[in-house]
Write a protein that binds this ligand. Structure first.
Ligand code: PLP
Length: 404
């Protein structure tokens, strides 16, 4: 007779196969149990043919990997604990001492911080290129260049680069292109086929924290590829760095994923209508939204974002920035942000709550881009509130903090 404690752990019951439900199950494991030693010795942790250890994948993570790969138009995907971890996973997998990485001046800030910190310490150099001038990118590619980062639209400043030309330039020189595709989310354009003729990036990273999560409550990232050898390189680094994700977080994203298209389009719709309204307010010297005519890179946005299914309107994230006219002080702009009721002050985006954040562009750029008006930049990200309530909120805060 085995003891009760042992019996509870080694209980022989297993439920019948064949269970099916709208959501995949949540499988949690560090240990994966092998049927015998031969299976343990022969199982390949890198393939999805079986399971070896929680860090190498479970049915739950495999399902999300496959769905993100499909969303992005890729073939392989690895999940990591944050969008920033996805950026780091790519850099550490593809760069070694003596190499150089090129980063756009509009990049998500921590990408550059990683290059200035860890990459520099490892003997990897970087250059910042002008995201709106492909000739500048071309001129900076040299013998040492092994990776070019792309981002569209640019973080905070929302300019839309000529992605197709940038990819052509890098590919012609044999350099790997990695795109931070958090803004496009796999919905605004296909990163692996930007022009409908196969011009595409090699790697797409995505902060699943934003639209795939949709809740403002989960951090996760992904690295998607269409090349088995490249995927394997990234997967090996992923394993050596131990970048596993928790099953409950994966489940939260799997639950939100079916509605990502609806949410993205709703937030896009509200974002465009508010951006157009902001363009009529005299307190704002400029509105930065790639889908608005006159916004920096609007023609490039049209070129790649009108291919996606979007009723001829093109697709865009529910994000835009305004340049508050320079006649207002940064303190007045802070007061405007504080006066908003529905727009909460917080980083990140893609969740149900609308967010606002003032940015000091002087601290983010080496030089003020010529296509930006002078002033203080404020970024809005649209949640799922009614757009007319949000417009009323902007109206009252403008009246209180930025009098004409
Ligand atoms: C938020 C964000 C990231 C980082 O994602 P985290 O999950 O917060 O680390 C990377 N790139 C872009 C463009 C982002 O907006």
């Amino acid at each position: 007779m085995t003891a009760q404690s042992t019996g509870l752990i080694h209980h022989p019951y297993s439920p019948p196969d064949g269970f099916d439900a709208p959501q995949p199950g949540v499988f949690k494991a560090s240990t994966v149990i092998f049927p015998n030693v031969a299976a343990m010795r022969t199982r390949d942790w890198k393939s999805k043919s079986g399971y070896t250890y929680g860090l190498h994948g479970t049915p739950t993570t495999f399902v999300l990997e496959e769905r993100i790969a499909a969303l992005e138009g890729g073939l392989q995907c690895v999940l990591v604990p944050s969008g920033l971890a996805a950026i780091a996973n790519v850099a550490l997998a593809l760069l070694k001492s003596g190499d150089e990485v090129l980063i756009p001046d509009s990049a998500y800030g921590p990408n550059r911080a990683l290059a200035e910190g860890e990459l520099a310490a490892f003997g990897i150099t970087h250059q910042i290129y002008n995201s709106m001038n492909p000739a500048d990118l071309a001129a900076r590619i040299g013998e040492k260049t092994k990776l070019v980062w792309l981002e569209a639209a640019g973080s905070v400043t929302m300019e839309f680069p000529d992605l197709i030309e940038q990819v052509r330039i890098a590919k012609a020189r044999g350099v790997i292109c990695a795109l931070d595709n958090t803004w496009g989310a796999g919905l605004a354009f296909n990163a692996f086929d930007l022009d409908g003729q196969g011009t595409g990036v090699d790697v797409s990273v995505h902060a699943l924290t934003k639209y795939p999560s949709g809740g403002g409550d989960v951090l996760m990232g992904s690295v998607t590829t269409r090349n088995e050898a490249l995927h394997l390189k990234i997967k090996l680094t992923h394993m050596r760095l131990g970048l596993g994700v928790g099953a409950n977080d994966v489940e939260a994203i799997l639950r939100a994923l079916p509605s990502i298209g609806l949410r993205y389009r709703a937030q896009d719709h509200a974002g465009r209508s508010l951006a157009r309204w902001c363009a009529e307010q005299p307190q704002f010297a400029q509105v930065l939204h790639p889908a608005l005519a006159g916004s920096p890179g609007h023609a490039h946005w049209q070129q790649v974002c009108s291919l996606a299914e979007s009723a001829g309107q093109g697709a865009a994230a529910g994000l835009f920035s305004v340049m508050v006219d320079e006649r207002y002080t940064p303190q007045q702009v802070d007061a405007f942000c504080d006066a908003l009721k529905f727009f909460k002050l917080g980083f990140s985006w893609g969740g149900p709550i609308s967010l606002v954040m003032p940015y000091e562009l002087n601290h983010m750029r080496d030089a003020w881009p010529g296509y930006l008006a002078r002033g203080t930049l404020v970024r809005f990200s649209l949640g799922l509130e009614d757009a007319s309530d949000l417009q009323a909120d902007l109206t009252q805060a403008l009246g209180r903090a930025l009098p004409m």
